[in-house]
Ligand binder design. Structure first.
Ligand code: HAM
Length: 411
């Protein structure tokens, strides 16, 4: 049997796991600063949680969900995104008594997409959500947060923020009807793939990368004509706020997002350095979604970032190897080694031993790993109850007992 990982999945190790843990730390610290609390939800849920909210005609639901029947016939799905599980969690844990809710989560998502650079079948997302505020300052806070986190993680990269408003859901529905008509009248000039979306999901045609579709979309009716005054003001205030925060953006009326639950503000952070999978962060408002899932009728807004895409852009993190290496010359001295290991562990001093009773091999390993200190145990050390600390940088050897070993190691 050939052993291989499932297509579109990957192990995270070496530099990537160092970066991944760094990302988690930066995100958690920043979330704490702005009082967002962490929620971890299970990686699988009842399929119904996703079907309607994400859109029965959305790519995710139509083609990409990992759904299976449990032994008791329940239909379960590996979560393809985090917003709906977050809402489910807020409902089932009674969090709505204390509004607004500011939460974040980090973890794996699953979509059966065609794998390529930056697009995987199991990938990790950072996700931030606010439930219960209509204020444009919530939009501003979330976009600022996304911008700040990207800057902390990718200080040398450039990204572009694309911004749009889709207006109220009822207006969006009107717009979709008009768009459907427009594309239907011009269907001969559409790609095959887009032709299939005329009735079911005309908004997605605006997103198509096919040249003919792009041409046709340029002359399509604009969402702008369908936006209520109140929503226009909300959007204008948000843009002023972004200017005030020094965050540059591009207004893009073609930006519609792939999941069905969006309305009003939508946004994406893109990069020029990743090829076709260039969206690092996507998000927006989803008023009505919380009520649809059985929660109170309150608005929501949030975003998700793809960790793997950030990893591709991140520079290597230099790691310092300050582990103390241990070297012992023969098996009869074991008790002296055990005493040392217990001491180091109790005192929080990181160490490494290669399970070899061979000074030469252990010293060579310490050298190759660029260790700073080696603690040597030979016959003399054992008989006279001391340890020899060798400083690799100078070759200096110091005889010490356990009481003073800490100071010697730190010198
Ligand atoms: P999304 O646009 O589907 O939105 O995904 C957000 C981000 O996840 C993308 O911009 C991308 O960086 C990453 N991503 C998505 N699919 C893949 C994949 N197959 N491989 C690697 N990375 C991927 C959502 O998921 C919404 N739930 C975001 C949101 C939160 N909206 C409101 N709150």
């Amino acid at each position: 049997m050939e052993l291989r990982p499932i297509r579109g999945t990957h192990d995270i190790l070496g530099q990537d796991i160092i970066k991944y843990n760094f990302i988690k730390k930066v995100v958690s610290d920043y979330a704490n600063l702005r009082s967002f609390s962490e929620i971890q939800t299970p990686i699988f849920e009842f399929s119904n949680l996703f079907l309607k909210p994400l859109g029965e005609q959305s790519d995710v639901v139509l083609k990409e969900m990992y759904t299976f029947e449990d032994r008791n016939k329940d239909l379960l799905t590996l979560r393809p995104e985090y917003t709906t599980p977050m809402i489910r969690s807020a409902i089932t844990n009674n969090l709505f008594e204390d509004l607004p809710i500011k939460i974040f989560g980090i973890g794996p998502m699953f979509r059966r997409e065609r794998p390529q650079k930056g697009r995987y079948r199991q990938f990790n997302q950072i996700n931030f959500e606010v439930f219960g505020s209509n204020d444009y300052l919530a939009d501003l806070e979330l976009i600022t947060l996304a911008n700040d986190i990207l800057k902390l993680l990718l200080p040398n990269s450039k990204f572009n923020l694309n911004l749009n408003t889709l207006g109220q859901r009822k207006n969006l529905i009107e717009y979709k009807t008009k768009l459907s008509k427009y594309f239907d009248n011009n269907k001969n000039r559409l790609s095959n793939e887009s032709r299939e979306k005329i009735k079911s999901n005309p908004l997605r045609i605006l997103d198509s990368k096919n040249d003919d579709d792009v041409e046709l979309s340029k002359r399509a009716p604009s969402i702008n004509e369908f936006i209520d005054n109140e929503d226009k003001i909300h959007f204008e205030e948000l843009k002023k706020g972004l200017n005030l925060n020094g965050i540059s953006f591009e207004e893009n009326h073609q930006l519609v997002r792939g999941l069905d639950y969006y309305c009003k503000t939508v946004f994406e952070f893109k990069t020029d350095n990743l090829g076709s999978q260039d969206t690092l962060i996507g998000g927006g408002r989803y008023d009505g979604l919380i009520a649809k899932l059985g929660g109170p009728n309150i608005p929501g807004i949030g975003w998700a970032a793809g960790i793997e895409r950030i990893l591709l852009l991140m520079q290597d993190i230099e790691t310092k190897n300050d582990k103390i290496h241990l070297a012992i010359s023969n098996e009869n001295l074991k008790n002296h080694l055990i005493k040392l290991i217990n001491f180091l562990t109790k005192n929080n001093l990181p160490f490494y031993w290669n399970y070899k009773y061979n000074l030469k091999k252990s010293l060579a390993k310490a050298n190759s790993k660029k260790a700073t200190n080696i603690i040597i145990i030979g016959e003399d050390e054992y008989k006279n109850n001391f340890y020899t600390v060798k400083k690799l940088a100078t070759g200096q050897q110091i005889k010490v007992n356990l009481d003073s070993i800490k100071d010697t190691l730190n010198d």
